[in-house]
Design a protein around this ligand. Structure first.
Ligand code: ZN
Length: 426
């Protein structure tokens, strides 16, 4: 979860009329809150808080670094199967539990990512301090995974039959180098039937991410002949070229609005202080509220590096030993997108907020929701209740106090877009 910018305060308002419009056959949002089965599902949370907290701790203690989510995925498969779902693991490693709807041609996804930013070997034992649980990954995304399992169980135990098919997905590859690979594979597989995606990421009920922040990660590699610092002085030096190019890039003008950022995050190269290096590498992260600014910044990086290499070649005294080669590679790309203000998914979220008496604000962020949003599929990312902090640090914590509200909010949002058949009059 990488929340970046707070936008507008949204006051939760009842939106009965817009939900009724989007599906006249189904329960309106107000009826959803009154539906006996839905009430039974929301009551399930309060009755099973200990179980939810314990499962969260147990899942968090199963390491899940990028590309090593398998063991935690297996545990989620057991939990989702126990919720009566038909569970498969796809080629990417996503755990997909299906609850067949009346209308199987339309699919709604509730997802939570399995992976953490912590490398293998990190101590992920959960410690207790008062009401708090402490461990790397406890909140991001132990909270989301526990909520995913709890919501599936609550719907199963209340015997709710949705109108649209619901997929409960514990997905791989959300963090960093995972590059959203799990969500990419999922959306690719279900694209034609996919109506909405609700992503559970971390704690809280204070926000709803509807705007996907676009980002790119690039690596510059410059290579040359290499040699001795004294006897070969004058041949082109890849580190010199990288520094010349980097200075040009740092001086590139970027707009304050749309907000655009860059970071020279990692630099490598050379073998010793008295060797002219044969290689220099630089990793750069660029982000923007605008895809065109992002493209402009990527072009600027290429132009600056080309100029840095040219400057170094022109100033070198000895070109007989060979020239510099350079390339800029795209390591990762997260496309941007935005949920329409009048979308049924946002209406369902607002209706859920009204029922649980919550207020939430719109946020722009880089999450699994980037992928469906970039393809025009309705998607949001929300916290799954309770409070957390220290995400991506070894001091990460989670406090489950009041988590029922977040669970109810997520459940009502999900059922709002999946739809539930109205109850027969008694
Ligand atoms: Zn996360």
């Amino acid at each position: 979860m990488k929340r970046v910018l707070v936008w507008v305060i949204l006051f939760a308002m009842p939106v009965r009329s817009s939900l009724a419009r989007h599906s006249t056959r189904s329960a309106s949002s107000a009826q959803l809150g009154e539906n006996t089965q839905v009430r039974a599902a929301t009551a399930w949370f309060a009755q099973n808080l200990n179980w939810i907290n314990e499962e969260q701790a147990r899942l968090t203690e199963i390491p899940a670094p990028a590309f090593q989510e398998g063991q935690r995925a297996a545990a989620m498969k057991v939990l989702l199967s126990a919720a009566g779902l038909d569970v498969q693991v796809d080629a990417a490693g996503n755990v997909i539990g299906e609850l067949r709807g009346v209308n199987e041609k339309e699919v709604v996804v509730l997802s939570a990512h399995l992976d953490t930013v912590f490398p293998a070997g990190t101590d992920v034992k959960v410690h207790h301090e008062g009401p708090r649980l402490l461990a790397p990954g406890i909140s991001d995304n132990g909270t989301g995974l526990a909520a995913l399992a709890a919501i599936a169980r609550a719907i199963h135990d209340a015997q709710i039959k949705p109108l649209r098919t619901i997929l409960f997905v514990a997905n791989v590859g959300e963090e960093g180098e995972g590059n959203l690979r799990g969500m990419r594979a999922l959306v690719e597989a279900y694209r034609s039937r996919l109506k909405a995606v609700v992503v559970l990421d971390g704690a809280g009920t204070d926000h709803v991410t509807t705007i996907a922040l676009a980002s790119r990660r690039l690596e510059v590699v410059i290579t040359g002949p290499g040699g001795h610092s004294w006897s070969d002085f004058g041949i082109p030096n890849p580190i010199n070229a990288l520094v010349r190019g980097s200075v040009r890039f740092i001086n590139t003008r970027i707009p304050a609005s749309p907000r655009t950022t860059f970071n020279l995050g990692q630099i490598d190269g050379g073998t010793s202080v008295n060797s002219i290096p044969y290689e220099a590498r630089l990793k750069v992260d660029v982000r923007s509220e605008s895809e065109s600014e992002l493209a402009r910044l990527e072009s600027a990086l290429r132009e600056c590096m080309a100029a840095g290499v040219r400057d170094e070649m022109e100033s070198s005294r000895d070109r007989s030993r060979g020239k510099l080669e350079w390339k800029v590679e795209l390591l990762g790309s997260r496309p941007g997108g935005e949920l329409a203000a009048e979308s049924p998914l946002l209406a369902a979220l607002r209706a859920a907020d009204a029922i649980v008496e919550n207020e939430s604000r719109i946020e722009r962020s880089s999450t699994d929701a980037n992928i469906p949003l970039s393809l025009g599929i309705d998607a949001i990312s929300i916290g799954a209740g309770g409070n957390g902090g220290g995400a991506h640090s070894l001091q990460e914590w989670y406090d489950p106090t009041g988590r029922e509200m977040g669970l109810k909010r997520a459940l009502l949002t999900l059922l709002g877009v999946a739809d539930v058949a109205p109850e027969k009059p008694r």
